[in-house]
Every structure is written in C-alpha cells, then in structure tokens.
Design a protein around this ligand. Sequence first.
Ligand SMILES: *Cc1c(COP(=O)(O)O)cnc(C)c1O
Length: 951
Amino acid sequence: MSVEQFADRHIGPDPDAEARMLEAVGYATVDDLMDAAIPETIRWHGQLDLPPAASEAEATAELRALAADNTVAVSMIGLGYHGTHTPAVIRRNVLENPAWYTAYTPYQPEISQGRLEALLNFQTMVADLTGLTTANASMLDEGTAAAEAMTLARRASTNRSPVYVVDADTLPQTIAVITSRAAPLGIQVRVLDLDTEALPADYFGLHLQYPGASGAVRDHQKLVDAAHTGGALVCVAADLLALTLLRPPGEIGADIAAGTTQRFGVPMGFGGPHAGYLAVRAGLERMLPGRLVGLSRDAAGDPAYRLALQTREQHIRREKATSNICTAQVLLAVVAGMYAVYHGPDGLRAIARHTHTTATRLAASLRALDGVHVVHHEFFDTVLTRVPGRAEAVVTAAADHGVNLRLVDADHVGISCDETTTDAHLRQVWRAFADTTDTTGTTGVADLPDAPPTALPATLLRTSDFLTHPVFGAHHSETAMLRYLRRLADLDFALDRGMIPLGSCTMKLNATTEMEPISWPAFADVHPFAPAHQTTGYQRLIAQLEGWLAEVTGYDAVSVQPNAGSQGELAGLLAIRAYHVQRGHGHRDVCLIPSSAHGTNAASAVMAGMRVVVVGCDTDGNVDLTDLDTKIDTHRDALAAIMVTYPSTHGVYEPGIAALCAKVHDAGGQVYVDGANLNALLGYARPGHFGADVSHLNLHKTFCIPHGGGGPGVGPVAVRAHLAPYLPGDPTGDHGTDRPAISAARHGSAGILPIPWAYLRMMGPTGLTRATAVAVLAANYVATRLRAHYPVLYTGNKGLVAHECVLDLRPLTKTTGITVDDVAKRLMDYGFHAPTMSFPVAGTLMVEPTESENLGELDRFCDAMIAIRAEIDQVATGRWPTQDNPLRNAPHTAAMVTADHWPHPYPRSVGAYPDGVDPKNKYWPPVRRIDGAYGDRNLVCSCPSPQAYED
Ligand SMILES: *Cc1c(COP(=O)(O)O)cnc(C)c1O
C-alpha cells in the first residue's frame, strides 16, 4: 500500500479488515459481493472516464492553480453580497473546526446542545434586529427565503387574490427566484415601481426591499398600512447590518422579514453558502417553514434545547408540507450568530456606522465631481450615481484599479461600502470617476470629508434596543469567545468523536485536504457577480466538477446551482414540467411517489405544481409494481413523472427498477431518481443509463461536503440531454427563458465546491468504485453481525442489503415496551449517534456505516447494539421494570449518576459505563432525555432569560 493513495485514507477498513469482513459476510472478494448484491439489470460494466487519482499534495497544488486563476478584487458591487471580516477566532474555531462542521442536523437534541444554543443565538439575533418575534434557524439564501415568505403570506392571507406584488427596487436575483417559484403555484408576480406606480386593487402579499437594491432608504410605512387594509401580508427583505441603525421591519408593521446574514462574517464564496433568514410576527410562528430551535426541558426538569414544532415537517405532512426545506445553512448560521455574539450590539452598531460613514464620505467626494450625480439622498451603504453614457467606462476604470463596482445600466453605477472598505478603496473609486468624467475644477485628489452628515432619514432611525440578552455581552474578548466556542463544541457529538451511522444521510469522512481550500481568499472572497474574467478559476473548477458528476451518473448535463437536495428536486421536477409544456403536454401534472419516499419528494412535487399520487410498497419494501400499473392506468394521460429513490430508502437494490422506468416511459412520464443514495452506486451503476431522466445528488452526502450540523449542502441536478434546456439559469441574466432561478446565485454554494472536486480528484475512478464496494460491505457486515439480535427488515438478492440496513425494533417494542427512541438514546450512553429513526418505516433504525468507518468502529457499534439487546432482554424477563431501566432512563448525565440519591434498580455504573465503555474515553450527554412536546406547548424560540434557568 502506497502512502500516497488518498483512497486508503478515506476508506476505513484496511485490506486485512476487509478480508475479515468479507469472511463474515460469506464472500471471497468484494467483486463477488457486488456481483451478488447489484441486479444485472442496472449494472454498468464500463470504466469511469475520470482522471486517475491525484495525491493530496497534487490535488492541493491543482486547486491552488485554479484559485490563482481567480482575481480577488475589492468588492463594492453589493446587491446582497458584501465584504466582511470573519473574526479569526470564529474562522478557525467554527468554520475550520470539525467539531462544528462534521456534526449532523440536531435531531438527537441531547447530544446537540452546543449547536442548538448557537442556533438559538442566531434566531435571537434575527428576531431582535428585525423587530419580529420569531426567526427560524436559517434559510438557504435571500432569494429562497423571500420565496418562502411569499408562500407563507399566501397561506396566512385572508385575501384570495393570486397576485403577489414585488417592489421593483428588490434585488434582481430575488425577483428571479420569487418568479420561478411563483409560476408553478399559479401565483402572479407583479413587479411595480412603488415610487410611481399604484398598488393593484387586490393582492395577497407585498414584498419590499429595505434598503432598496439601489441603495435608497424609503419609509415603507404607508405601503405596509395599505397592504394590511386589503388583508395582504408584507414581507420586508432587510439588511441586518442596516437594521442596527434603522427602524426595523417589525416596527413598521411588517409581518415577515427575509434576507441573508452573509455580511455577518460569512465570506461571499462566489455566491454561497450563506445563511438566509426568515422571521415572523407573533401569530405566524406555527407557519414558519424549516427548522426552528426552541427551549424545552429534560427528564430532570432542566432547560434543554431541541428542534421545535415542524422539525421533520416533510416527513410528517409530505405533500401538505409548507415547504420542502430540509438541509439548511446551519454552519453559516452559527458563524453569523457568533459574529453577533463576538461584536455585541455596540460592536455591530460601530460596524454599521463605519459602513454608513464611508458611503456618505464617498458620496460627498463624488458630488464634488462635475458630471456625477448622486441619485438618492437617503441611503445606508450604497451610493447610486448617474453618469450619463459613461457607466461602463467608470466600472472598467475602477476594475483597473482593483475595485469592482455595480454596472446598473449605461447611465448608472452603484457602489456599496462595507466593513472592509478603507480610505484607499474610496480614493480608487473616486479616481475611476474622476478619470472618466469631466474633471474640470478638481484637484486630482479625492476630497474625503471626515464626517459628512448622516444620510439616514431622521424619521427612520432606530430607537429600540437589540441583543440585550447577556450572551451578546459576555464574549467580547478573544479568550472568552474561544472558551465559549470550545464549551459549546464539547457538548456535542460529531464525526470527530465517533461514528454517525445515519441511514440515507451518508455521514462519511470530510477530509481536511478537501476542506482547507474553502477558506483560501481566492475562493472565499469572490463576489458572485464579479466580472467573468476574474472568475476563470471558479468556472474551470465548476465545469470540471459538473463534467465529472455527469460521468459518474451517466447523465448528459449537470447544474450545481441548487443549494440542497430539496432544491435539486425542485429544479429537476421543473425541468420535467417545462419539457412536457414544450411538447404540448402541459396537462401532465401527476407525480407518482412511492410510500417509502423521503418527505422532501412529495413537498417538492407540490412546489413544482404537481399532484402527488402515492404508490404502495410490497412486503419486501419494493415499489409494488402491480399498484404502479394501476396508478399508471388511472392517470395515464396526466402522468408527468415518477420519483423514486435508488437504491430504495429500504436499503436494497430493487431489481424492478428497469421495468419501473420502462412502464412510466411507456405512459409518457419521466423518471426522477432521487440520488441521495448514490454512495451505493458509484462505479457500479449509473442512473442516466438504467432508465432515469433526471436525478439530484447530495454533495453533502456522497461527495464529502460536511453536514455542518444541518447544512450547508449542494444538491446538483443532473439530466439527460432532452431536459438540459430546462436546467437552472442565471438568476441575474436569464429572464424570460425556460431556465428557472433555483438559487440566488448562478452557481449556488460555489464556495464549497472545492470539497467534492477534491474528493473526486483524489479518489479517481478506482478509489470511487472501491469506496462503493466497501460501503456495501460495511452495511452487510453490520447486518450480518446484528441479524441474530434485531431482524433486518428488508434484503435483496441473496439476502444482501445495499449500503444501509433497516433494523426492525417493532417486535421487541411489542413484547417489552422498549422503543426505537429508547435504543437511540441508550446509544448515547455507549458513545454513539443513533442511526436514522423511524424512516422509512416507523419503529425501525436505519444504519448506514459508510466506507469511512474502520472495522474497530464498526465492531464497537455492533457490540453496543448487541449489549443493548441484552439489556432489552432484562426488561423482557422482568428483571428491570419497563418504566425504570437503563434504556428508558437514557441518556444518563454525569449529574444523574453522581447524584446522592439513586433510586433505580440497576447500578450507577450500568447507567454511566455500559458494557465496553471506557471511563477514560467517555462522552457525557449534557442533558437528560428531552420532552419535545412540552416545548411545543410552551414555545420559546429565542434566548431564554437567565431566570428561566432558575426554577
Ligand atoms: C437527504 C435526502 C433528501 C433531501 O436532501 P437535502 O439536501 O436535505 O435537502 C432527499 N431524499 C433523500 C432520500 C435523502 O436522503
């Protein structure tokens, strides 16, 4: 084995371990195993046409060369993306810290208290700054947050009109995303210049930008009042930094606020990832889409955080879900929230004042130039100038000085200031104007006044306090901040502590070499609308990545724009819709979805304007082909698509997939294969070849982008050639085409694409194929070891599973009362994150070990599960009562097992150090089992007052 091979680092089991696992499963080689597991109908016997594996050093060098092809200019383009200083203590200890970035979505709240607290800080920050009562724990970006606000308004409005009014001074990419989302839902978007055009008679909602995209700060009060009179709801897309100085949306009566938190310490990253936000007034909190963190209490009555209300909304409500959002932007929300914690309210105000003062100084110096007109008198950070006929020349001259400005049109240039703007930048901007305009009367030097009068309207100055909670005042020194971040990280269980065997989520290695490039300035500090010649490195990286993803999936074209799997689903379904419409089949609107599907599938279908028809599954977990025939017959003329996951969410390779694709095609429908389980296929089967028309991939599953505690992700959409014309377009440049805007930025979360690029580059065709085989081997090894203790619910060919296996707890629950929840919580005592619970079948656990876990860790997990089975047996025999045993009382905290009072019928040591747990290497859950329902009845979704902890 050469130490140069990255694949040997990425793949956990070494050849010796692999041999032992094969022996346990009963196969001589991995090839034999894969031949037996994968149905020949889907098997692909070709060789992946990818460059051979590069070493870590080589891949890093290639990425450095790509980065060097990007030009990092001073960005004053604005339009929702601004320069910001990521505090180094946050960059190193959050963004670059695996304790934060390798964590999973906090569905197991007892072992996620650190990031839940960080997210509660984020929610509090957003709610305080917007002046609204409740904010959720991040949206995907400003455009999609605004689109979610639109659908929320529609649900909540008493006005039945289909019209949604959008102020023309809204970010153009936001208008594009809103418009793309509105069309399939029958919502009519009216973009109106509300300075000059009147509101229509009837509309259900109104979207305003504050400050406007042009920089103008307007008093929206009258518009808000007018909208409310007609029963419409108002969403204000607001800049949080401006809100430290300006009256917040909540104080002018806005119902909803939406936007981005990018400029709170999150690098631009050529468009993302950043945390969007969504906040609502009292009364709308139960309609908020996405994740909401709230306070509840644990079994000891102590306060504890967990996800509130509609946490897994899509899984529960499916086609009735309010939104398809699943993976969000948690890691970036944590960064933004910590930025507010580190700076505190005074620090944020100071940053805002700096930003504003630089803008007013620039405006004053430009006003002194003949031929330059400053359009708006009232602005926060953006100066809009009129330079008739010379805008392009000004922008070019500024670019020559290393500064990017916004070319609005032939006559207008926009300049946005931010935290990073210096006097030197202002002088370069001034010079670009002076050199291209009539300079008579100038001295040739910018006259930058020290403190010109404010350009904020006196009537809109903020008078209310914000961020008054002690957390925003306690961590301003770097030492305090460092310790706060460490303390929270220590509360949590992430991949840096142990295995997270979550079925369908593919929690595999996020290699450091893959991660490092994302904070290089040449990738991090690029504005998404920077001129193309400055971003050639990014463009090459993206083109290569899209090409490689097309190759491994067997599709013809790929777009990386969707910034989560759910968004890829929407993009793929919209492509199907557009294809049918184009062929005169616009009436095809039925989407068949098996009952086993991930909840996002149904929610996405509804968002794409489709009707969901559920297809049943047989007792083996496969799509019931007889029921499929029936449903196709019933809906033949209206059939738009089927959406299936492959391998299925039951963890088996369904042999019927090729037949299924043929049946749907024969009826004129398209086949959407949800690619979340691609980790079981790479190198062995390609959806684009076995009959599918379109898939989304989850780069945060198969391709090593870390889950970040619930995001970021990237959900590329991959299609066969006939759907390629309908792939996502450029949100700022493709108006009026068939290409929808799925995200606000053309390449979505481009800033993290170096991760999958590096993974593919370092694994090469052989490494990728071997990873798939080892992932399948690991799942079968676990299934083999655990089968005698827990039935494996579904198996395919020769009794084999694919890359995950479903353990059936229901028979044990029936006889002992011990539930899947009890087992999940008990695993915490053993030092594990639970497998996926009750998906796709209630009462089961779905285990996906991935190829990255070595045999020692796989055995530790199996041993724990076997020991837990023995504990269940103690309940079965009556030795331990159903209501008082180590499972029901799990997880055990240090406080609980060291308490002077111990009333339980088993020793403290059994609670704390169950079989095999090394006391020197013990992870202590910080809270006991959390009562979720209590928190839902008593909803608290911002930082609780310190007194809340007293009683
Ligand atoms: C994870 C997953 C999704 C949703 O992807 P997100 O990135 O979380 O939006 C869809 N389908 C399946 C089968 C999944 O496992």
